[in-house]
Write a new protein. Structure first.
Length: 215
């Protein structure tokens, strides 16, 4: 086991201890990224270690997947009509400058993601303390436009994208992906717990805004 694997395994073990779960692993050695999530459908906790940057992170994650009728779509719709992240929940984050808000456009080839040049949904990634109302609305609108309007924004959108490796323009299905995360200064139990404490209000926010309709 090399140094990258060893650090990732320590991070994964700490995640399991802090979140009291077996979790679900993701990533690969070939990608240079290994991580774990709590395995929940919808809003998740996750942690990962990136080989190139030699950095560990903890985050709140919501993928653009169907789950129980597209929770990502519900979050987008609620934040566009009655935003809560900035006016209410941000104040409960002790260290907002340490948190990065990131919306990404993900392209799919059947069940696998492909790297595209249009992945970034501006103005993210951006530090939470620097995010303003206009920028947040723009990011949300960009995320919404990754879903199919013909299905009430409850499905992947088929559109043209540019493959990062070849530069070829192709048609692929896309979805939005939200991640709010922070880097860990050290891979220790105390640091993992401090990061979780700093992100808990954001997990509460995402869970609230992505909840099923009528609940």
């Amino acid at each position: 086991m090399n140094d990258f694997e060893e650090r990732a395994e320590v991070l994964i073990d700490l995640f399991r201890e802090v979140f009291d779960c077996d979790g679900r692993r993701f990533g690969s050695l070939s990608l240079g990224y290994l991580g774990i999530s709590d395995g929940r459908e919808g809003v998740q906790w996750n942690a990962g270690y990136t080989q190139s940057e030699q950095m560990a992170s903890l985050g709140v994650n919501l993928e653009g997947k169907r789950y129980d009728d597209w929770p990502v779509a519900r979050l987008i719709e609620r934040e566009l009509s009655q935003p809560l992240l900035l006016p209410r929940y941000r104040a409960d984050v002790a260290r907002p400058a340490m948190v990065t808000v990131n919306w990404r456009r993900e392209a799919w080839q059947v069940s696998s993601r492909v790297q595209i040049k249009e992945a970034r949904l501006s103005p993210t990634p951006v530090a939470l303390h620097r995010l303003d109302d206009e920028g947040w609305k723009r990011a949300l609108q960009g995320a919404k436009e990754c879903l199919d309007p013909k299905r009430g924004y409850r499905g992947r959108l088929r559109t043209k994208v540019t493959l990062r490796r070849s530069g070829q323009v192709v048609e692929r299905q896309v979805t939005p992906h939200l991640h709010l995360g922070m880097f860990l200064t050290r891979i220790t139990l105390g640091e993992m717990r401090r990061a979780k404490s700093n992100l808990e209000a954001l997990h509460d926010w995402a869970s609230h805004q992505a909840r099923p309709l009528g609940s």
